[in-house]
Ligand binder design. Structure first.
Ligand SMILES: [Fe+2]
Ligand SMILES: [Fe+2]
Length: 198
């Protein structure tokens, strides 16, 4: 029982690993002599947008948060704040995509603006996940019933939704692609090439 707790933490670790790699690469892209791999940036941003949006947040919002609100009304303000962060996070990703275009077309200050957007998003998302792990999950452990946990576990294990299960495998594949596109030492890919100077 309470398998969902392990799955939530594991999903947070996967998101966190991609955020770390994205932050490192955004830092390396500040060097005008290197040629960034934009397919790596795009795969990472797609992952941190779609994985929470499609798989992780819906299970939190619809099942875990909803049960906690019913069992512990005092958790209402916390749940409301976390739900609002899910909405805000999706908006911040759009800023990140815009900033990536600025880097890709070589606008003045594009690399710095992209790095600032990445750092802001990573900080925002880490704070969100910490709040869930340190504040929400302990409350859920205290207040949810055995029946609630059966329901939450089933949702997070994806075993009551064959479509979610399929998506889970797709995201694992995408995660592997990100690792192979990310240059060492942060991933398993080749280091970025240096630009040939004119
Ligand atoms: Fe969340
Ligand atoms: Fe979460």
């Amino acid at each position: 029982m309470k398998k969902a707790l392990g799955i939530i933490r594991e999903e947070h670790r996967a998101i966190s690993a991609v955020l770390h790699a994205l932050k490192q690469l955004a830092k390396e892209a500040q060097d005008p002599s290197v040629e960034p791999r934009f397919d790596a940036f795009r795969a990472m941003i797609y992952y941190i947008d779609q994985f929470p949006e499609r798989l992780h947040h819906p299970k939190e919002d619809r099942i875990l948060f909803a049960r906690l609100e019913e069992r512990a009304p005092q958790a209402g303000p916390l749940v409301e704040a976390l739900r609002a962060e899910h909405v805000l996070g999706a908006q911040l990703i759009r800023d990140l995509e815009q900033a990536l275009v600025g880097l890709e077309v070589g606008w003045a200050g594009g690399a710095a603006a992209f790095r600032a957007a990445v750092d802001a998003y990573a900080e925002f998302h880490w704070k969100h996940m910490r709040k869930e792990e340190q504040e929400l999950l302990p409350l859920a452990e205290r207040h949810l019933s055995a029946d609630d946990w059966r329901e939450v576990d089933a949702a997070f294990a994806g075993n009551n939704d064959p479509i979610a299960d399929l998506r889970e495998r797709d995201f694992e594949k995408l995660f592997t692609r990100i690792v192979s596109l990310t240059p060492e030492p942060h991933g398993l890919g080749e280091r970025w090439r240096k630009r040939v100077s004119a």
